[in-house]
Design a binder for this molecule. Structure first.
Ligand SMILES: [Zn+2]
Length: 193
């Protein structure tokens, strides 16, 4: 067996059936399969699919300007950049905040459904898609970074300042849930049937 943390190959053939083995190098528990992989991945992906609704519908940012408060959602922000002809930034935020989270949830749902119903087609593509979902996981926090930078830059006390609003929490939860879903998912399940 290969240790998931440090990659060391461990001979497990002499261990009694059902015993718990630890990596001799990094002491991480080693196993042929992730435990309860499919149930955990389902739970996390369903949670992410539910949370993505308030993440997009509720305001993600609050701008205080001379005592008046203005709220904006993710889509408002993207439209704002497009209206001010900042197409590059608008497109990056659209891809990172709307397309990528949706793609991750739909992609993982497709993989999970294909395991549950033992679909035997496009397995190679699904495996490649899973690796891509794992890879892009770390790039989805862009919206949160934008707001973090904005609140640091645009802070002139009571004159004008920027804050996060409710959707930021939901958005972060979506990203964290889908990252955990990719971590708990065992791609070997795809090939079982
Ligand atoms: Zn190890």
């Amino acid at each position: 067996m290969r240790c998931h943390d440090c990659g060391k190959l461990v001979a497990a053939n002499k261990a009694p059936e059902g015993s718990i083995l630890f990596c001799p190098r990094c002491n991480n528990q080693i196993h042929y399969r992730f435990t309860n992989s499919i149930a955990r991945t389902w739970a996390l992906i369903i949670t992410a699919a539910i949370l993505i609704v308030p993440a997009n519908l509720l305001p993600i940012m609050r701008v205080d300007f001379l005592g008046s408060q203005e709220y904006s959602t993710i889509m408002d922000g993207i439209l704002y950049f497009f209206h001010s002809e900042e197409y590059g930034i608008g497109l990056i935020i659209f891809i990172a905040s709307i397309l990528v989270p949706l793609f991750k949830i739909i992609g993982m749902l497709l993989i999970l459904l294909s395991i549950q119903f033992k679909w035997k087609t496009w397995l190679r593509h699904k495996a490649a898609m899973f690796r891509f979902i794992q890879f892009i996981g770390r790039w989805s926090m862009l919206d949160i970074f934008v707001i973090a930078v904005m609140s640091a830059l645009v802070d002139f006390g009571s004159f004008t300042s920027t804050h996060t609003a409710h959707a930021a929490t939901f958005f972060t939860a979506v990203v964290v849930c889908s990252m955990f879903a990719a971590m708990t998912f065992d791609p070997r399940l795809l090939w079982d049937s």
